[in-house]
Design a protein around this ligand. Structure first.
Ligand code: ADP
Ligand code: ZN
Ligand code: ZN
Length: 733
């Protein structure tokens, strides 16, 4: 018998091995892990299939070393999901499984909840026991244990400054005991609600009715509800029904910063076994969540995109909150889109998939129009909240102070004076995006990227936001020696400095990646906002997503123009989503909200339409334009990227790739555009280029990709470059 294994390797192929010596062949089922020799290393592979013959010569075949599982690791649905993911994204199966599995499983850890070993003081043991007279360490250890009548877990000894050797000595004197406790699952609650459900308004009721009628089978839903319309309340009430049916729920959120807020809404509502997969978990904790979910010992699992692959014993519903969010698409390695795979998973599990957003992606709106997703709409804000008013502020000829115009400053004063909060949105961290020599026009640029360096005043550094390189701020212009170096433009750091001067009586809370580095600083900032006293929140997109800040009644968007200039065909969609999402933080409680949008192009038709007619009118228009231009979602795209130390190498490789593709696809049903330099042609010292594949239909594109990638893998030119394929790319950066 020959075992074909997926190994953690970028190569798109399987590897042949003989079974481990003396292994019962009945145990060798697809989906079990084996430890195998690989070159000079040992790695953990997953068995994909067995067969009778191998192409590998018999004297080259090696035997696997050890079988690690007695049962396949994944339930069939998630197994199929992983296989299809690898196929769809044209990625190595071994590497796909590596992304999908917790890291301890990739390293060969047993796939079961570990037994717990517990140290306890013997009931009659005393710290003044004569046998301890000359053993102060043992005495101290015994005292610690006596303070913990339920004992201390062996894995936690370090936390209490205890050493195993000390406890061993105490054990040999009969003063402490070590016992093994089998893992026991918490029982399923019978009463699910901690807190009463809100009475739904009629739109919410209609949505919930439709959703509950669809439980128990596959159907994607797009819940398109304006910001603050009570989408989360609809999720919660639907989830309650799923819990009552004895099933589990998987909830995906775009960003882990939203985790605590989401988690607390769930724990306040439900008396359920809820786990959140977040980046601060240890590998062991992550594996424990995975194992409990697989065993049905968790009712609700919340997590970011990679949580999609969490196995569930009894799945009942998948929710993807803020489905439009770009962070659902992984931008490295396995370039999957968790929203799209959630829909696939729903089909494989035969459960409904609920996609929610106030600003749905054009892809999802298109799917809804095509009837593939059932669309549910919430047009009104829930409770007493009013929709915010969006006002455009032309700043072409207005002087700005710290990025803020006079009318905006006036509105801020007014709002703070009424005891309310202001949110200022500026999607650019640092002090200033440019450092300019006012004498000769020199600008500080990154030597490794086609990009300017951002000035970070507090750190006294120039930093590249693309490759993370940094350097000291020069004292004089390196070109003309002039010392008149001026920061041009405004980032959050500069705005903060000016706001503190302009509003000395109010706290200014800056929220961006630089100010929230500490583990808990973000939570402390959010806690302060929730207290509701007047203050100014100043931040980047970290602030824009999904947060519920009841006291914010004024939102100021300092620069709304980015998306109107960009060459990326998705830029306008992103800009519109961002504006509406940030605007949606205003007036979420009883006081009405206002949104002021500063723009150099305040009369741009896109901006006018968005402000006057709202996101859905904008999206209608944008979809129309995409259809005219033959762009996604009206066509299918893949992007082959290459980067190399010399510009010619990347283009040569792509040129070869292009010729091969033409050979494989003579009917020209797939259009090949390029190769061209990437929009940022140099980044991190690498020269980058790309080849775009565009096709009206999905099938011809995918028929081309598999044989094409096999050819690319064996191209000698491919060894001198780093290349990757991005199926359904969401940006071409
Ligand atoms: P979304 O998820 O659509 O942004 P949320 O679910 O966060 O909206 O709801 C916004 C606010 O409205 C929350 O404070 C929520 O408690 C409240 N809310 C939601 N539904 C109702 C309802 N039916 N009646 C009263 N308040 C509601
Ligand atoms: Zn100069
Ligand atoms: Zn750089």
């Amino acid at each position: 018998m020959i075992l074909q294994l997926a190994l953690p390797s970028p190569l798109r192929r399987l590897f042949d091995y003989l079974p481990p010596l003396g292994c019962n062949p009945a145990l060798l089922r697809p989906g079990v892990r084996l430890r195998v020799p690989f070159g000079r290393r040992e790695v953990v592979g997953v068995l994909i299939r067995t067969q009778q013959h191998s192409e590998v010569p018999a004297d080259k075949l090696r035997a696997a070393l050890e079988l690690l599982d007695h049962e396949p690791l994944l339930p069939d649905s998630v197994w199929q999901l992983a296989l299809r993911t690898a196929q769809y994204y044209q990625h190595s199966l071994g590497d796909t499984l590596a992304w999908a599995l917790p890291s301890l499983l990739r390293q060969g850890e047993a796939a079961q909840m570990p037994d717990q070993w517990i140290w306890q003081a013997a009931p009659e043991a005393r710290a003044d026991d004569p046998s301890l007279n000359r053993a102060p360490k043992q005495q101290a250890a015994l005292r610690v244990l006596k303070q913990h009548p339920h004992g201390i877990q062996h894995t936690n000894l370090a936390r209490f400054d205890l050493q195993k050797a000390t406890l061993d000595n105490l054990q040999s004197k009969g003063l402490v005991s070590l016992t093994c406790h089998r893992h026991q699952s918490k029982p399923r609650p019978s009463q699910w609600l901690h807190a009463a459900e809100l009475p739904l308004n009629s739109e919410q009721q209609t949505a919930l009715h439709a959703l509950s009628a669809g439980l128990g089978r596959f159907q994607p839903y797009l819940l398109a509800g304006v910001t603050g319309s009570g989408k989360t309340e609809v999720y919660l009430q639907l989830i309650h029904q799923v819990l009552r049916a004895g099933q589990q729920v998987l909830v995906l959120i775009p960003e882990i910063n939203l985790g605590p807020q989401t988690l607390s809404r769930f724990t306040e509502r439900f008396n359920a076994r809820i786990a959140m997969l977040h980046s601060n978990l240890t590998d062991r904790e992550r594996l424990d969540v995975w194992l409990k979910a697989r065993a049905g010992e968790l009712d609700i699992v919340i997590g970011t995109r990679s949580a999609l692959f969490t196995p569930l014993a009894k799945p009942g519903l998948i929710v993807v909150d803020e489905e439009h969010d770009a962070s659902y698409k992984q931008q490295e390695g396995l370039r999957y889109h968790a929203r799209d795979l959630a829909v696939l998973r729903g089909r494989l599990e035969n459960v409904p998939v609920l996609l929610g957003s106030a600003t749905p992606s054009l892809e999802s709106l298109h799917n809804a129009q095509q009837g593939r997703y059932a669309q549910l709409k919430l047009n009104q804000r829930a409770g007493h909240a009013q929709p915010p008013k969006l006002l455009r502020l032309d700043i072409k000829s207005r002087p700005l102070d710290g990025g803020l115009s006079q009318p905006l400053l006036g509105a801020m004063r007014d709002t703070l004076g009424k005891g309310q909060q202001v949110l200022v949105f500026l999607n650019r961290r640092g002090f200033a995006p440019t450092l300019l020599c006012s004498h000769c026009g020199w600008q500080a640029e990154c030597s490794r990227c086609d990009a300017r360096l951002t000035l970070h005043q507090r750190q006294q550094r120039l930093r590249c936001h693309h490759c993370d390189s940094q350097r000291r701020i020069p004292e004089a212009c390196p070109k003309c020696q002039s010392t008149e170096l001026l920061p041009i433009g405004v980032g959050t750091e500069r705005s903060e400095e000016r706001l503190l001067e302009l509003f000395p009586d109010y706290p200014v809370l800056r929220i961006d990646r630089d100010s929230t580095r500490g583990k808990h600083s973000m939570q402390a900032l959010f806690a302060q906002i929730q207290r509701g006293e007047p203050c100014i929140l100043l931040g980047t997109q970290m602030l824009a997503k999904g947060h519920h800040f009841p006291q914010v009644t004024l939102v100021a968007i300092l620069e709304a123009d980015g998306g109107l200039f960009s060459a990326d065909f998705r830029a306008a969609e992103r800009m519109a989503q961002q504006i509406i999402q940030v605007a949606g933080r205003a007036g979420r409680d009883s006081q009405p909200g206002r949104v002021l949008i500063q723009s150099q192009l305040a009369d741009h038709p896109l901006l006018v339409q968005l402000c006057e007619s709202g996101y859905f009118a904008f999206a209608e228009q944008a979809l129309h334009e995409r259809r005219q231009a033959g762009l996604p979602p009206f066509s299918q795209m893949a992007l082959l990227r290459a980067e190399a130390n010399q510009p010619a190498l990347a283009e040569q490789f792509l040129q070869q790739a292009c010729t091969l593709a033409e050979g494989l696809c003579p009917s020209a049903s797939v259009e090949l555009l390029g190769p061209v330099p990437a929009p940022m042609a140099k980044r991190g010292g690498k020269h980058r280029a790309q080849l775009l594949l565009l096709s009206e239909q999905r099938a011809p594109l995918h028929q081309l990709l598999a044989p094409w990638l096999a050819q690319l893998e064996s191209l000698p030119e491919g060894r001198k470059v780093r290349w990757s394929l991005d199926v359904d790319p969401i940006d071409t950066y």
